[in-house]
Design a protein around this ligand. Structure first.
Ligand SMILES: [Zn+2]
Length: 281
C-alpha cells in the first residue's frame, strides 16, 4: 500500500489483522476518564491483561475529580490528574486548587481552552482566568498538565507562553505540526488517540506521521472518543492497543518501538505509576 493509501484507507480490520503487541509489553494510556465508567476496576483488569498497565485517569470538574480520587484510594498506584476543564470553568476554582494542593495528583487536568459553538460554553475570559490559575499552580507545584485545546490552539499557545517552566500534553490535538513546534521544543507532547484509527481521517493521520516519535503519547480519552468502529461509550483503556497498532502501521515502524518510545515519554512526563493487578481482585 502506498503511504497515501495508508493515510486514507487503512481500516480497523487491517489493524486487527496487523501487528500485535509482544507479551509482557506495558503500555500507558496518557489520558482517560475512568471516573466516568461504572465498571472501572473491571476495565482496568482487562486493560492490564491487554498490556495497558499504566493510565492517567483525569477529572474535569468538582464531582469527577472526587470520583478519580476515590478510585485512587482503592488503587494506590493509579496516576490521577485533577483540574477544571473549560466546559466547567464557571464552577468554583478555589476548591479545585485546594484539592490539587492536598491530593498531590500526578498532573493537573483536564484543563485548557475551547472556542466553539458549544451550547453553554463559559465566556472566553472565564476560561482563560481558570486556565491561568491552574498553569500558575502547575508551575509552583512542578506538575505537568494535560490540556484540551479544541478550536483554541493559537490561544493556548499564547497563554502557555507565559509559563515557560510548565510542561504537559496537548490531548486530542488535531492541528498542524508547525503550530505546536514551539511547544515540542519545550518538551511538550501530543496525545494521539482513536481518531487516528478512522479511515478517512487524513488530517490527523498526516499529523500522526509528521510528529517526531518522541513527541507522541498514546491515549484513549475513554469513554469520550471512538476507536475504529467502536462507539466512544464502549471504548476502554484496553483499546489503546488498537491505537498503537494503527499508528505503527501508519508510520511504518514496529509496534514494539512505537510502544517503547511513547511509554518512555509518558513515564518521563507523568511518572511511572503502574496499576498493579493485585489491587484489582
Ligand atoms: Zn478528556
Amino acid at each position: 500500500m502506498s503511504p497515501l493509501m495508508v493515510l486514507t484507507s487503512l481500516s480497523i480490520t487491517d489493524i486487527e489483522a496487523g501487528n500485535s503487541l509482544p507479551r509482557g509489553t506495558v503500555m500507558f494510556d496518557s489520558h482517560c476518564h475512568l471516573g466516568d465508567v461504572s465498571e472501572s476496576k473491571e476495565a482496568l483488569r482487562r486493560a492490564a491483561r491487554a498490556g495497558v498497565r499504566s493510565v492517567l485517569c483525569c477529572g474535569y470538574d468538582g464531582a469527577s475529580n472526587e470520583r478519580v480520587l476515590a478510585l485512587r484510594k482503592e488503587l494506590p498506584n493509579l496516576a490521577v490528574a485533577i483540574g477544571l476543564h473549560p466546559w466547567f470553568a464557571q464552577q468554583a476554582i478555589d476548591p479545585v486548587v485546594a484539592a490539587i494542593r492536598r491530593e498531590q495528583p500526578s498532573a493537573i487536568g483536564e484543563i485548557g481552552l475551547e472556542r466553539s459553538e458549544r451550547y453553554g460554553l463559559p465566556a472566553p475570559a472565564t476560561q482563560r482566568h481558570v486556565f491561568e490559575i491552574q498553569l500558575q499552580l502547575a508551575a509552583e507545584l512542578k506538575l505537568p498538565v494535560t490540556v484540551h485545546s479544541f478550536g483554541a490552539i493559537s490561544l493556548v499557545l499564547e497563554v502557555v507562553a507565559a509559563f515557560p517552566n510548565v510542561r504537559g500534553a496537548l490531548h486530542a490535538y488535531a492541528g498542524s505540526l508547525e503550530q505546536v513546534k514551539v511547544l515540542l521544543n519545550r518538551g511538550w507532547k501530543v496525545g494521539l488517540g482513536g481518531s487516528v484509527t478512522r479511515a478517512g481521517a487524513r488530517r490527523i493521520r498526516r499529523l500522526a506521521c509528521a510528529l517526531p516519535l518522541d513527541a507522541i503519547l498514546l491515549e484513549t480519552d475513554c469513554p469520550s472518543m471512538a476507536v475504529g468502529t467502536r462507539p466512544a461509550a464502549e471504548v476502554r483503556p484496553e483499546h489503546l492497543v488498537e491505537v498503537a497498532d494503527c499508528l505503527a502501521i501508519l508510520r511504518g515502524i514496529s509496534v514494539d518501538s512505537l510502544v517503547e518510545q511513547t511509554n518512555a515519554s509518558a513515564r518521563e512526563l507523568f511518572g511511572a505509576n503502574v496499576v498493579d493487578s493485585t489491587h484489582l481482585g
